[in-house]
Structure formats: structure tokens, C-alpha cells
Design a protein around this ligand. Structure first.
Ligand SMILES: *Cc1c(COP(=O)(O)O)cnc(C)c1O
Length: 389
């Protein structure tokens, strides 16, 4: 059992939550349990499943260590560990959506979440509707008697709009809908969704908890009201994470506070610097006072992570590609949250509402743990190349 104490500082919690060394011979880290079969001492215990661990898909000491650490950070009643961040989105959606339901998803959602909703959920007879990320309490007008899920993600994928989560949750709860939030950007260090009315908090632990671009994992945490059903859905689907990946993420969690603080500071410094650079029309980073949702961000979040977007001052794909191809430190590749800087062009062609207009192409930057001065020089080369393209 965790000795976590909510009054402790966040780095103390990150260092100790989820595993008590003296519960396992004093070893600082939990064992990596590779398990399918669990043996029972006798027929009666077997028939009644009368012991703590019953089968590998249902949980092990390794998955419990990570789940309990996440529960301590999120303030949740229970957490499941699944094989990817995308599975952390699809498992709760599948668990809580039924044929004939209507569900509401923010239009600025992570693209694969939209793809899942538009294909599998629609095929199963679920009506999917996208809403403006800025809708706030106005979402009440979209809620119907059969609305079962309101899905949020804040700040938005790629465009970083901030949602009024308490207002959305209030309207959703008045209609009996479950509120889910993809909280990957903030991590539980900078936002604890359950404190703002969210019922189910989702993480691509692939990102900052993993932290090294070498592991895929997702976590889903529920409050008391929704935990039993979430766990039942998880067990029904058999969508459990492998023990080595779970262990890697718990290992990453121990240093996440230190890493994230460095990501936060560097990203904010570079974002502020970019606002004054020629060739940059806008910087989409909610912790900048110039961001249209800055006050909302400040009300709810206690920090900002290392990913944001810039809008080039005019141009199109040619200029965006010239920018990207001039980068030497920034890698071109998807995902983020690792120690290294990354850049990708942003595609908004899937959006129906939150699609701009923007003055030029958008480029998303993940600011890694490298030295800020080196990253600025790299970005400046990109801006020069875009201007000359
Ligand atoms: C990356 C990401 C996911 C998916 O995580 P994977 O582990 O790559 O499947 C889900 N939501 C958000 C917001 C993400 O950025």
C-alpha cells in the first residue's frame, strides 16, 4: 500500500507513491510480475476467486504499484493501465457508450480519438457530435436525453484552446452524462481533473510519465461513482498493459516532476521569445498572457508543459516544410513528452468548428530538455528558411 499523504509536496509524492519497499523485502522498486496464471491454495478459494490476485489480465503487484501512484496524484478511486494512450481513450468510450446514445466530443480533440468515434462508435449505433472547445456552460443546449458522454481535452490538441471544464461538467452532470477528460498535456501535476468535476481522467502515459520516447502506455482514472463500471469494462475487453511497460512508466514517474519543470520553463521562455520573432504571426501557448484563454488557464491550471504551436506569418506547405527541414536539433516525428525536442506540421482538415482562420501554417513544437539557447538557434534557422522559401 502507498504511504502517500496528500499534504506532501508533489515531488515527494512522485518519489514514493504506489509502492512500499517494506511490503516487498525492502527493495526500493516493485517487482516486474510477468503473469497469466495465478495459483490458488485450494478448490474453494479457486471457485470463489477468494484472493487478491486472480488472473494476469485483472491486475498484478506491478500494475497496482502504478495504478496506486496515479490514484494518489489524480485523487481517483481507481486506475486501469492499458497498452497505449489511444487505448486509454477507446476503453472508457467503449465502456460507457451504448447503441442509441448521443455523445459530445470537443472538436479540437486528438485526431485518433475522432477517428475512433467516427468509425467504430458510429458503426455501433452511437451518434457522435463535435462541439466548440470554447462552448463552456453553453453545452447545455447540445445535451439531449440520450447524451451519455461529454468528452473534453484541454488545452486542445495542436491549437491549445482552453476549455471551461467546471461549466461543462456542471451541465453534463445535470443531464446525467459522464464527463471524460484527456489530461495528457497537463499531467496530474498541473491539473487534477476530478477536482474540477471530471469523472474519468485519461492519460497517454507514453508522454511525460514515460518521458523517454521508448514506451507506450495509457492510464484511465475514475472517481468513486464510475470506477466499478470502468474496471468491469477493462476486464471485459482484456486490454491490459504488459508488465515491463508498466514498470518503465512508474520509473519515469519518479523523475517526472523535475523533468516537467524543466520542460515548462524552457517551453515558456522559447514561446515568449518566439512572439517577437519575424515570420511568426502567433504563438499558441496558454501560459502566455497574449493567449485568448490565458485567464481561464490561470484559473484552473498550476503549470504548463512543454508543447505548444506557432503560426507562421503567411505562406503554406512550402514554407512549413522549409522550416521543418532546416531544423537540426528538433526531430520530425509524432508523439511528445520525451527528453528530446520535436516538431510537426499541424493538420486541421479534420476539424468542423475549431479550424481558425490562422494567418499561415501551424507548426507544433515539443521543447525537450536540451539547452534553450541551442534550441533558439535551431528555430531561428527554421524561420529564416521559411522566409526564404
Ligand atoms: C499521444 C496522445 C494520445 C495517444 O497516446 P499513444 O500512447 O501515442 O497512443 C492520446 N491523447 C493525447 C492528447 C495525446 O497527445
Amino acid at each position: 500500500m502507498t504511504k502517500n499523504d496528500k499534504r506532501q509536496g508533489i515531488n515527494t509524492q512522485l518519489a514514493h507513491a504506489g509502492h512500499d519497499p517494506h511490503g516487498y523485502f525492502g527493495f526500493v522498486n516493485p517487482p516486474v510480475v510477468h503473469a497469466s496464471t495465478v495459483l490458488y491454495p485450494d478448490a474453494n478459494t479457486l471457485s470463489t476467486r477468494g484472493q487478491k490476485y486472480t488472473y494476469g489480465t485483472r491486475g498484478t503487484p506491478t500494475t497496482d504499484a502504478l495504478a496506486e501512484a496515479i490514484d494518489a496524484l489524480e485523487g481517483s478511486a481507481g486506475t486501469i493501465c492499458v497498452p497505449s494512450g489511444l487505448a486509454a481513450v477507446t476503453v472508457p468510450l467503449l465502456t460507457f457508450a451504448s447503441a442509441g446514445d448521443h455523445i459530445l466530443i470537443t472538436d479540437s480533440v486528438y485526431h485518433p480519438t475522432r477517428h475512433f468515434a467516427d468509425t467504430m462508435l458510429r458503426r455501433m449505433g452511437v451518434e457522435v457530435e463535435y462541439y466548440d472547445p470554447h462552448i463552456g456552460g453553453g453545452i447545455a443546449a447540445l445535451i439531449r436525453p440520450n447524451t451519455s458522454i461529454v468528452f473534453t481535452e484541454s488545452p486542445a490538441s495542436n491549437t491549445f484552446e482552453v476549455q471551461d471544464i467546471p461549466a461543462i461538467a456542471k451541465a453534463a452532470h445535470a443531464a446525467g452524462a459522464v464527463v471524460m477528460m484527456d489530461n495528457t498535456w497537463a499531467t496530474p501535476l498541473y491539473l487534477k481533473p476530478l477536482d474540477f468535476g471530471v469523472d474519468i481522467s485519461i492519460h497517454a502515459a507514453t508522454k511525460y510519465p514515460g518521458g523517454h520516447s521508448d514506451v507506450l502506455l495509457g492510464t484511465v482514472s475514475a472517481n468513486e461513482a464510475y470506477w466499478e463500471r470502468l474496471y468491469e469494462g477493462f476486464v471485459t475487453l482484456g486490454c491490459c498493459a504488459g508488465p515491463d511497460d508498466v514498470y518503465q512508466v512508474l520509473r519515469g514517474l519518479r523523475t517526472m516532476g523535475v523533468r516537467l519543470e524543466h520542460h515548462r520553463k524552457s517551453a515558456l521562455e522559447i514561446a515568449a521569445w518566439l512572439e517577437g520573432q519575424p515570420g511568426v504571426a502567433r504563438v499558441l501557448h496558454p501560459a502566455l498572457p497574449s493567449h485568448p484563454d490565458h485567464n481561464l488557464w490561470k484559473r484552473d491550471f498550476t503549470g504548463s508543459s512543454g508543447i505548444f504551436s506557432i503560426v507562421l506569418n503567411g505562406g503554406g506547405q512550402k514554407q512549413a516544410h522549409a522550416f521543418l527541414d532546416a531544423l537540426e536539433i528538433f526531430g520530425l516525428g509524432y508523439s511528445w513528452g520525451g527528453y528530446e525536442s520535436l516538431a510537426v506540421p499541424v493538420f486541421l482538415g479534420d476539424r468542423v468548428i475549431a479550424k481558425g482562420p490562422y494567418a499561415g501554417p501551424l507548426i507544433r513544437l515539443q521543447i525537450g530538455l536540451e539547452d534553450v539557447e541551442d534550441l533558439k538557434i535551431d528555430i531561428a534557422h527554421g524561420l529564416t528558411a521559411a522566409a526564404e522559401a
